[in-house]
Design a protein around this ligand. Structure first.
Ligand SMILES: Cc1cc2nc3c(=O)[nH]c(=O)nc-3n(C[C@H](O)[C@H](O)[C@H](O)COP(=O)(O)OP(=O)(O)OC[C@H]3O[C@@H](n4cnc5c(N)ncnc54)[C@H](O)[C@@H]3O)c2cc1C
Length: 541
């Protein structure tokens, strides 16, 4: 008979996973010359980066549980969640342990803790609790943040959730009523400094807002904040004072809706090879730039009033990322799936949305720019911003990735709640299906996987508040981990719905297709693991 597991077991396991992955990271750094030769060892590096991310999530989950010792549910989430994460780290590294020269059998010293914490009965108990409480999110927060979460939840339940299914099924555009209300409530300015018209409540408030909106709808709720967030952070990192004064207050109120345009039809992950050109020009006596070229997958480009376009200002392709600059490009708004705009001097911009199985409500466009004029003062950083676009875009993406961690948690939360209700009401073989141990186990896993995703995302948000640049790798880890969890949790939820989980009438079918996009954008998963997370982990110092 095993003794009951305690939080001390979870901490011992989190520490063991941290030590194991720290050793793997150090060996991997040696193997790759401090990250210089990642591409020669991609499979090993990917496994090490992912295991280190799981270990980081385990530590964050323990930290959260230890900070709220009276919260018995969070303690149980941490015990079961950390045990699974510790096992996952070990199993992920096992196939490459020989390549890394790791001879020791890991976890010998925490064998008993792993047996106690990793007992399947712990996960089933969690599942029963989740079903009894309808999966409600009661993560402990201080009074101010709890108030933020409660008020956004009320708004999202009332205004967003009732429209979400219709918008998804008919592939409609998110209604202005939602955007206007979000603007009035200040949701677009949560992490913009007060000096520029924002509310400066910090990244955790922004994440909680995103989570609650995404719980109601990924596309016509939580994702609306992502684009302004990316542009705001790029402006704060490298905009001139006049640009900050001009744009940030309008982003904070939602007056200006933004699209972000990096990807091109032939260039995705290899951003340094972008080809869309910006050339100096004077149009109607005004100095500026004209943009020519194709872009792809530009979400919200129709409805947006401005597109943040990363374009090549140095025609010498060998300059790579150093030849790119970031522009704030004005355009008229359009509500449909295709548009064409013209400027008096002959500039043209055309867009056509690519149909997608999920993430509907904002529409993602292929764009064609032809001599499209942008005034000089809309190059971020103006003269000083020439050639800095890549760096500024990446500063924006660090914030975008954190925000996407929040989107993933919100979507997972929606799947958890819907599944908890379903398994309590659906009966087979004469019993509600939650009475079956395997159902309890799956539901319990959904809950502790989400808890780990939430813990690392909140840890990243808090770290970003302290130092955005240093916290960028952690934000990338949060995005990497939470997005995978969203895919896993929504699919588990669908499984527990049986055939009805495949029916459009049940929201879980939408959650599944929505979640699948999360590991793709803002750095597709293999690139995020290799080029962002691993690079940060492996570089010296
Ligand atoms: C719904 C949706 C919305 C989007 N919204 C936006 C948006 O608003 N703005 C925007 O700019 N972009 C957007 N994107 C684009 C998204 O960011 C890109 O799809 C993503 O960056 C990957 O680029 P790609 O599709 O060209 O894939 P590729 O770069 O072609 O990669 C495909 C696969 O090749 C492999 N691969 C590539 N390079 C390497 C390598 N060096 N090492 C190992 N494996 C490699 C990986 O497995 C990768 O998954 C969106 C995409 C979608 C689907």
């Amino acid at each position: 008979m095993l003794e009951p597991a305690t939080l001390a077991d979870a901490r011992a396991l989190a520490d063991a996973a941290a030590a194991l992955t720290a050793d793997a990271v150090a060996r991997c750094a040696d193997l790759t010359g401090g990250g210089e030769r990642i591409d020669e060892h991609q499979v090993i590096v990917d496994r090490v980066a992912y295991a280190a991310t799981e270990a980081r999530a385990a530590s964050a989950l323990c930290d959260a549980a230890e900070a709220a010792p009276a919260d018995a549910y969070l303690t149980q989430l941490a015990i079961a969640g950390v045990a699974e994460l510790a096992r996952m780290c070990r199993d992920r590294l096992d196939p490459v342990a020989h390549d890394l020269g790791m001879a020791e059998v890991p976890y010998a010293h925490v064998k008993d803790a792993l047996l106690r914490a990793g007992a399947e009965a712990n996960v089933r108990a969690l599942g029963r609790h989740v079903a009894d409480t309808a999966g409600k999110n009661v993560w402990p927060l201080d009074a101010t943040l709890a108030e933020v979460r409660a008020s956004v939840r009320q708004f999202a339940d009332k205004e967003v959730a009732p429209r979400a299914e219709h918008i998804h099924r008919h592939d409609e555009l998110v209604p202005d009523a939602i955007i206007d209300a979000m603007g009035e409530l200040g949701y677009f300015g949560l992490s913009i400094p007060e000096a520029y018209g924002g509310h400066e409540l910090g990244n955790l408030a922004m994440i909680l807002t995103t989570e609650e909106l995404s719980r109601a709808s990924l596309a016509c709720g939580g994702s609306l904040i992502t684009r302004p967030e990316i542009l705001a952070k790029a402006l704060l990192a490298g905009g001139t004072e006049a640009q900050k004064q001009a744009w940030l207050p309008r982003l904070a109120t939602g007056e200006v809706m933004v699209a972000i345009s990096v990807t091109e039809p032939d260039v995705g992950s290899d951003v340094a090879s972008l080809r869309c050109r910006a050339t100096r020009a004077t149009v109607d006596g005004k100095a500026g730039w004209v943009i020519d070229g194709a872009k792809a997958w530009c979400t919200f480009a129709g409805r947006a009033n401005v597109i943040a376009v990363l374009a090549r200002t140095d025609p010498d392709l060998s300059r790579g990322a150093k030849g790119l600059s970031l522009f704030i490009v004005d355009k008229p708004r359009f509500d449909g799936h295709a548009f064409a705009a013209a400027q008096a001097h002959g500039g043209r911009l055309e867009g056509k949305a690519d149909r997608t199985p999920g993430y509907r409500g904002m529409h993602s466009f292929t764009l064609a720019f032809e001599s499209w004029f942008v005034p000089e003062d809309q190059l971020v950083g103006e003269a000083g911003g020439v050639g800095k676009g890549f760096y500024l875009q990446m500063a924006g993406f660090a914030a975008g990735r954190l925000q996407t961690g929040g989107r993933a948690c919100g979507l997972s939360q929606a799947a958890l709640e819907h599944t908890a209700s379903y398994v309590a009401s659906r009966a087979q073989f004469g019993e509600p299906i939650i009475r079956f141990p395997l159902t309890q186990y799956h539901l319990g896993r959904m809950a502790h996987r989400l808890a780990a995703a939430r813990a690392i995302t909140y840890a990243a948000a808090t770290a970003m508040d302290a130092d955005e640049r240093r916290a960028a790798p952690l934000a990338a880890q949060a995005k990497l981990f939470a997005c995978d969890v969203a895919v896993e949790v929504t699919q588990l939820g669908q499984l527990l719905h049986g055939g009805w989980g495949y029916a459009e009438e049940y929201a879980i079918s939408r959650y599944v297709v929505d979640a699948q996009v999360l590991p793709i954008f803002e750095g597709v998963k293999p690139i995020l693991a290799l080029k962002v997370v691993a690079r940060a982990l492996l570089q010296p110092g």
